[in-house]
Ligand binder design. Structure first.
Ligand code: PHB
Length: 425
């Protein structure tokens, strides 16, 4: 690791408000401190990576991104993971998503990371390549997008082009060995760029149907070489190792979604064994954290959750241990409410909990959960567009207007597999 990298986070010096919040929370397990890599976090809530589509056509973030992220860092000692950020132009598959591969992109991230640090936050950049769900319109050479195999995305819907029209997914082209090596280098370069832009670390996005998960799954990877078959885990392992060599393992996290059906056919037992092999390898590297999506997720931009209560992440949580068998930092994501987060921490006291939608609409979500206060309702219409509307204009608790929409007692979850719906506060 370049241990010469400056330590930007004198968090202990900023811990007083966090202690006040912990007192207000009545020693709630949500506000137990945690150590992740080289940073001390004041509580267990992690701002989940959320695509917001506010960058310009060149992948350059607007100045308002600094306000947006700093608002969500308002509880000191919060870990935030950035929206998915393209490692190179050929990785882009959605309009107005940011990048980390041009000088202008890096420069635009600098005030954003500085604002998060000024608030006392810790900020990891999520590194993204969309693989087969990109489109020739996004490719620098106009060819079909790169993928493990020439297998198109099976999802309904399609690619949203730069002009926000939607067209069907295309048949991608199978990546050659040299191109795979080049992409590994691009991940390492993007990790270095992220640190230069002021991020504290990077999260390798190997989830949700994008390039690295396309390599992990047998439905999308029919290769006969050492990146296919029972070695489908290899590309993610190579990318993580390259990023760790570039910026240090304790500045690298990984996100996985072994139950995910977003942009993917349902997973198989063989896919779960590939995930076993991958997690076993990652556990030896001294990484910052493993971030996994529970068998609960939304399938697109809809207010419908799928929660398969017959499945759990315990199989991989058990593998995510150090040489002495001690659990390593583990972030769990998947439709958490305050009630469900508390129940989850009772069962998994070491975990961190990623929260997306409700924190998007409630910039001071940790303080609200500490106080048992209601949350702001969220507006899906501005998740992926809308400029500052639905971005920097959600109120803090003291500024909530009388009669403003707050979260309902139930969040509309559709639960499969029985049990409580987990939505009531
Ligand atoms: C999305 O833009 O819909 C999106 C992006 C990244 C994800 C999942 C969904 O991991």
């Amino acid at each position: 690791l370049p241990h010469s990298l400056p330590m930007r986070l004198p968090l202990a010096a900023r811990a007083a408000p966090a202690r006040a919040m912990a007192a207000a929370a009545g020693e709630s397990p949500l506000f137990a401190p945690a150590q992740v890599g080289y940073v001390a976090l004041a509580h267990r809530l992690v701002y989940a990576p959320l695509t917001r589509c506010r960058a310009d056509g060149a992948g350059v973030q607007p100045p308002s991104a600094a306000t947006y992220y700093a608002q969500r860092a308002s509880a000191p000692g919060t870990l935030l993971i950035s929206e998915a950020t393209n490692i190179e132009r050929a990785g882009q598959g959605y309009p107005n998503t940011p990048g980390l591969y041009t000088p202008a992109q890096l420069e635009a991230w600098q005030p954003v990371t500085a604002a998060v640090h000024a608030a006392g936050g810790v900020f990891f950049a999520q590194l993204w390549h969309t693989g087969r769900v990109s489109h020739p319109a996004y490719q620098p050479d106009g060819r079909p997008p790169p993928a493990p195999s020439a297998v198109p995305c099976p999802a309904a819907g399609g690619v949203t082009l730069p002009d926000f029209t939607t067209v069907p997914y295309v048949v991608p082209r199978e990546m050659g060995r040299e191109e795979i090596a080049a992409v590994v280098s691009q991940y390492a370069a993007a990790a270095t760029a992220a640190i230069e832009a002021g991020f504290d670390g990077v999260e390798v996005h190997s989830a949700n149907g994008y390039l690295l998960e396309q390599f992990l799954r047998e439905s999308s990877n029919t290769r006969g070489d050492e990146y296919g078959g029972d070695q489908r885990w290899r590309l993610t392992a190579d990318v993580v190792a390259a990023a760790a060599a570039a910026v240090g393992p304790d500045r690298v996290g990984v996100r996985l979604s072994p139950f995910g059906r977003f942009l993917m056919a349902p997973p198989s037992e063989s896919d779960w064994r590939a995930c076993d092999a991958l997690v076993d390898r990652l556990a030896t590297l001294g990484l910052a954290y493993l971030h996994m999506i529970e068998p609960r997720m939304t399938l697109g931009n809809e207010e419908i959750d799928v929660w398969d209560q017959s499945q759990t992440l315990d199989r991989w949580r058990a593998r995510w241990v150090d040489a002495a068998g001690k659990p390593r930092p583990f972030i769990s994501a998947g439709g958490f409410t305050r009630t469900r987060a508390l129940a989850h921490l009772a069962a998994h006291p070491g975990d961190l909990i990623a929260v997306g939608r409700w924190w998007l609409s409630t910039p001071d979500l940790p303080a609200r959960w500490a106080a048992g206060a209601p949350l702001n309702a969220y507006d899906r219409g501005t998740f992926y567009a809308g400029g500052d509307k639905g971005y920097t204009d959600y109120p803090f608790l003291g500024d909530v207007k009388e009669g403003a929409p707050t979260r309902a007692a139930r969040d509309g979850s559709l639960v499969f597999g029985g049990g409580e719906d987990g939505a009531a506060e």
